[in-house]
Design a binder for this molecule. Structure first.
Ligand code: ADP
Ligand code: ADP
Ligand code: MG
Length: 662
């Protein structure tokens, strides 16, 4: 039917790890790759890796990665015959896909009609229902009045889930547990949806209380063939976003896999699907029923899990399908071998409501482990900025079975060093070590129900002490090296030669004091039964190795501002602040002041100066990376002064407004 085309040059309309991922396959296929990049990404690895790289604008996505004119213009200028959109950005933008076709550029993704049909959650559900794909019971009508939506929620029965029809990435979603909260939730979901997607239409769904997110990779070609390439279980989520993905799913037997896989293929056929996509289902743990959630009409973040168990290169298959080649595989050719799991390493603070953090990654070292694949867009020295997603890397391991792969992932998480900013590395390790996770007993609430977010990273006192000591000895060694010219002065020189040197560290709010003295080539540490001895085996700019009770321990150490990151394979990562350098931030806080909790853009100031507010009222709506956050009044009061302005960009700690009478 249609002619095959040859692709010689691909422009990648994306950044970070997925740009690097696409470039890798281009090189393998002998295809010339073109990267586009913003100001903030000038030094990013993908820019250096591409055959051609073109600067297209400022860091804000609207001025670069979302600027269709610039991207199409760059494709023409560089002679690109195809564009790979990656995920996010323009990947599911039907206008962009159509424009590529009009401009004679191949869009590496499904046909625009398929994207369009799945762009709206309400239309998508209607189409799936007509093709015998089970969907979650709910309301998806045009009438969007508060009365109708509230009435629909009552009809469905609580809990219900409100979703932005145009939504994605977990934005604009709200669980409503009871009737009393429904109107406020509808208004909030509408506002969030309007600001994120420019559209405030909602659907209302029955909330599956004990659900698992199980999705199927689908693939189609331009000749009417469609297959599924097995499942990925992505149930471990926070903020409705995936953190860990694995395959095969611990709950699917062959029968269920076939049934769900066939439903996924029916979904693909309903769309005349002709590239890579993902059909997401919510699986009810109690009833074993499964329901369609959505089709993501693009390559998925977690696609490496599928690649690792099948040996397929999904990007290559995407390129081949886009050239008009028929799928070389049929359903019966597809089988998975062994087991794969992916952990998403994020710059975020699990102990602080998973708020994203920004800053520089100073140290980034990946352990060498057979079967480990790391897809990342950063290197040591890279900044995680407010402009883009805070994902640092995807860690993927393969092994012959689930428990071996889990063990390997734990090893990787213990031995990877990513220092300079707060990450979720320790949190991921905690999840991997959790017996219920290992047993496969989990649902989408696993994190909130099974993890104490204030305590998961707590360490034993002796481990904390040894970590602080390692930091002291690291500094001691530095002083010692710079003192070399003044050899005559004894180390740690004191009026009283026998005094211990002291150092106080802060770990969170806790103070830890370390005492040590250097005698006869070793460090003496006062213990309950006299001095203990610790030897320094080696030290360099990256850390120290100590010997205590015959046991060697290595610590990787990075300093960033007032913070110091100290990591040991056994103890894990501890963030220290030296006492005298601790900023007196608490004392500087303005009474009644409300600060931005993280670097953000101000979406809307909801109050005026002089206005009286009640505790719980919204004050300012902020947006950062992929999240919206409303700052609420902690107590009743009068707004005294407002420093935030709609649309402004602010740093963490910026004083947004000040309340009086409180
Ligand atoms: P899902 O697979 O359910 O869409 P993801 O977390 O993979 O969930 O993606 C959510 C949305 O955010 C998608 O639109 C995806 O394309 C986008 N996204 C996810 N991670 C990133 C990232 N690191 N950079 C840019 N966009 C991302
Ligand atoms: P998005 O487009 O933002 O990815 P989805 O519809 O895919 O939105 O849902 C995201 C996540 O929210 C799912 O992975 C699942 O954890 C949860 N979820 C979605 N719908 C339901 C539902 N009806 N009941 C329970 N959980 C749901
Ligand atoms: Mg989804």
């Amino acid at each position: 039917m249609n002619q095959t085309k040859t692709i010689n040059t691909i422009l990648i309309a994306n950044r970070g790890e997925i740009a690097s991922r696409v470039i890798r396959t281009c090189r393998k296929m002998g295809i010339r790759s073109v990267a586009v990049f913003s100001d903030a990404d000038a030094d990013a690895p993908f820019v250096a890796e591409a055959d051609v790289a073109v600067h297209i604008g400022e860091s804000a996505v609207a001025a670069s990665y979302l600027d269709q004119d610039k991207i199409i213009g760059t494709a023409k200028r560089t002679g690109a015959d195809a564009i790979h959109p990656g995920y996010g950005f323009l990947s599911e933008n039907v206008g962009f896909a159509k424009r590529c076709v009009e401009e004679g550029i191949i869009f590496i993704g499904p046909n625009p009609e398929a994207i369009d049909a799945m762009g709206s959650k309400s239309k998508a559900k209607a189409l799936m229902e007509s093709h015998d794909v089970p969907t979650v019971p709910g309301y998806k009508g045009k009438d969007q009045s508060l009365e109708t939506l509230s009435a629909a929620a009552k009809d469905i029965g609580f809990p219900v889930l409100l979703k932005a029809t145009a939504g994605g990435g977990g934005k604009g979603m709200r669980i409503v547990h009871e009737e009393s909260g429904v109107e406020k939730a509808i208004e909030a979901a509408k506002r969030e949806s309007k600001s994120a997607f420019g559209d405030d239409e909602l659907i209302v769904e029955k909330y599956i209380a004990s659900g698992r997110h199980i999705e199927f990779q689908i693939f189609g070609d331009q000749h009417g063939n469609a297959i599924h390439i097995l499942e990925r279980e992505c149930t471990i989520q926070r903020r409705y976003q995936k953190v860990i993905e694995e395959s095969p799913s611990p709950v699917l037997d062959e029968g269920l896999r076939d049934a769900m896989g066939s439903a996924a293929v029916r979904a693909a056929k309903a769309l005349n699907y002709d590239n890579a996509g993902t059909v997401e289902f919510i699986f009810d743990d109690k009833s074993k029923e499964y329901y369609f959630l959505e089709v993501n009409t693009r390559l998925q973040v977690e696609h490496p899990v599928t690649e690792e168990i099948t040996g397929l290169d999904l990007v290559q298959m995407q390129i081949e399908s886009a050239q008009g080649l028929a799928l070389s595989l049929t359903q019966s050719d597809i089988y998975g071998k062994g087991y794969a799991i992916e952990c998403r390493l994020y710059a975020e603070d699990a102990a602080n409501d998973f708020l994203p953090v920004t800053g520089r990654i100073v140290t980034f070292n990946i352990p060498e482990v057979d079967g480990l694949r790391v897809d990342t867009g950063i290197h040591a020295g890279s900044d995680i900025s407010v402009f883009y997603d805070p994902m640092i890397a995807k860690l993927i391991v393969w092994d012959t079975n689930r428990s071996s792969a889990h063990r390997k992932m734990q090893y990787v998480l213990k031995n990877l060093t990513c220092q300079g900013i707060t990450t979720n590395q320790e949190f991921l390790l905690h999840l991997m070590e959790h017996p219920e996770f290992q047993a496969g007993n989990y649902n989408t609430h696993f994190i909130e129900e099974h993890v104490d977010l204030t305590a998961f990273s707590n360490k034993e006192e002796s481990a904390v002490h040894l970590t602080c000591l390692a930091s002291c000895i690291y500094d001691w060694n530095k002083r010692e090296n710079s003192r070399k010219l003044l050899r005559s002065m004894p180390s740690g020189w004191r009026n009283n030669f026998n005094d211990y040197q002291r150092e106080t560290y802060l770990i969170g709010d806790e103070e830890i004091e370390v005492m040590y003295r250097y005698r006869n080539g070793a460090f003496q540490i006062p213990g309950k039964e006299g001095d203990e001895t610790v030897q320094l085996i080696s030290a360099d700019g990256n850390g120290v190795t100590l010997l205590k009770d015959g046991l060697r321990s290595s610590f990787v150490i990075t300093s960033a501002g007032t913070e110091r990151y100290v990591q040991n394979e056994d103890i894990g990562l501890i963030t220290l602040v030296k006492k005298e350098r601790f900023p007196i931030k608490e004392a500087e806080k303005v009474k009644g002041g409300y600060e931005a909790p993280m670097p953000s853009q101000i979406i809307k100031v909801l109050v005026k100066e002089g206005q009286a507010v009640k505790s719980g009222d919204g004050l300012v709506v902020l947006s950062s990376m992929k999240m919206e956050n409303t700052i609420e009044a902690a107590e009743d009061g009068i707004v005294e002064a407002i420093y935030a302005e709609d649309g402004g960009n602010v740093e963490a700690g910026f004083l947004l407004l000040k309340m009086g009478n409180c």
